[in-house]
Write a protein that binds this ligand. Structure first.
Ligand SMILES: Cc1cc2nc3c(=O)[nH]c(=O)nc-3n(C[C@H](O)[C@H](O)[C@H](O)COP(=O)(O)OP(=O)(O)OC[C@H]3O[C@@H](n4cnc5c(N)ncnc54)[C@H](O)[C@@H]3O)c2cc1C
Ligand code: FES
Length: 279
C-alpha cells in the first residue's frame, strides 16, 4: 500500500444481524478493484480501519480468513458514532478499508502443537478467522488437537452460529459452546467460560492457548489457564486499545514502549506481564 492512510474502496455485499439485540452485525465487504483484493494480504489476528466518509475510521479485527477468497468479514458492535453510522449502511453501499494492520497470531510458531481457543462475547472475531484458517485442508495437518471454548450470555448473543454448528459435526475440532444460564431455547452446555474450560481440561503439554474476551472473562480465565499448566509464553491474547492512525505514528495506542497498533494487537501473556497495566 503506497499511501498508508488511503483506504481501499469496498462495497457492502451482505449485512448479517448476528445477535438478538441487533447490536452486532457482520459486514461482508468486496473490493471494488480486484488488484486491491490481491494487495490486501492478511493473516488471522490482524485488524483494519473501517473508513466511513463524513464519520471517520474505527479499528476492527478481521473476522474472515485468508482462505475465504473474494471478500472480507468484519463484525461490529454498535457503541458510538462510527459504528452506529456503519450499522445504518445498507447492502450495495460503498465505504473504505485501510489495512491490513498490526501483527497476527503466530501461526507458524504454533505448528506441531495442540491449540486451545478460548473466547467470550464478540471478542471471538479474529478467532473465527484463525479456526477457519486452521481447518482449511491446506493447513489442518500442521496443528494437533484443536479445542474451542466459546461462551455468551444467552443463545441469541452467540455469533457465527452456522460456523460453530458445522464445526460441531467435524471430528478434527472439539467445540464447547456455552451460555451463562439455563435458557428455554438451549440444550447445550451451560456455565461460564472459565468453568467450562476447566471441565474440558484440554492438555497443556505442547499446547498453546489463544484467549480473547471481555475483561471480566479474561480475569477469571487466566487462573484456570495457569492451573491447566500453560506457561505465560504459551498464552496469547489480543488487545483493543483506543487507536487513531493504526500504523505506529500518532502515539494514541501505546502501552509503555509498545504501540498496540503496530507491535500488537497480539501479545503473549509473558509480554503483557512486562507492560504497565494501562491496557
Ligand atoms: C485492534 C482492535 C480490534 C477491534 N476489533 C473489534 C471488533 O472486531 N468488533 C468491534 O465491534 N469492535 C472492535 N474493536 C473496538 C472498536 O474499535 C471500537 O468499539 C470503535 O472504535 C468504537 O468507535 P465508535 O466511533 O463507534 O464509538 P465512539 O463514539 O468512539 O465511542 C463510543 C463508546 O465506545 C468506547 N470505545 C471507543 N473505542 C473503544 C475501544 N477501542 N475499546 C473500548 N471501548 C471503546 C468509548 O469510550 C465510548 O464509550 C476493536 C478495537 C481494536 C483496537
Ligand atoms: S494508533 Fe497511532 S501509534 Fe498506534
Amino acid at each position: 500500500m503506497s499511501n498508508p492512510y488511503k483506504p481501499y474502496p469496498v462495497r457492502i455485499d451482505k449485512v448479517i444481524v448476528e445477535t438478538e439485540d441487533k447490536n452486532l452485525r457482520s459486514f461482508r465487504l468486496v473490493f471494488l478493484n480486484p488488484e486491491d483484493d490481491k494487495a490486501f494480504d492478511y493473516t488471522p489476528g490482524q485488524f483494519a480501519e473501517l473508513s466511513l466518509a463524513g464519520y471517520g475510521e474505527i479499528p476492527i479485527g478481521i473476522a474472515s480468513s485468508p482462505t475465504e477468497k473474494g471478500h472480507l468479514l468484519f463484525t461490529v458492535n454498535k457503541v458510538g458514532a462510527v459504528s452506529s453510522a456503519l450499522h445504518n449502511m445498507k447492502e450495495g453501499d460503498i465505504m473504505g478499508v485501510r489495512g491490513p494492520l498490526g501483527n497476527s497470531y503466530p501461526l507458524k510458531d504454533m505448528e506441531g502443537r495442540d491449540i486451545v481457543i478460548v473466547a467470550g462475547g464478540f471478542a471471538v472475531t479474529t478467532l473465527r478467522s484463525t479456526i477457519t484458517w486452521m481447518l482449511d485442508p491446506a493447513n489442518r495437518d500442521k496443528y494437533g488437537k484443536i479445542t474451542f471454548v466459546y461462551g455468551a450470555r444467552t443463545p441469541g448473543m452467540l455469533l457465527y452460529k452456522d460456523e460453530w454448528r458445522a464445526w460441531q459435526k467435524r471430528d478434527d475440532i472439539d467445540p464447547y459452546i456455552t451460555i451463562d444460564r439455563e435458557h428455554p431455547d438451549w440444550d447445550g452446555l451451560v456455565g461460564l467460560v472459565p468453568a467450562v474450560l476447566e471441565e474440558a481440561n484440554p492438555g497443556s503439554e505442547n499446547a498453546v492457548a489463544l484467549v480473547c474476551g471481555p475483561p471480566i472473562m479474561i480475569k477469571f480465565t487466566q487462573p484456570v489457564v495457569e492451573k491447566l499448566g500453560f506457561a505465560d509464553e504459551d498464552v496469547i491474547m489480543s488487545l483493543e486499545n483506543r487507536m487513531k492512525c493504526g500504523i505506529g505514528i500518532c502515539g494514541r495506542c501505546n502501552v509503555g514502549p509498545e504501540y498496540v497498533c503496530k507491535d500488537g494487537p497480539v501479545f503473549t501473556k509473558a509480554q503483557l506481564n512486562e507492560l504497565p497495566r494501562e491496557y
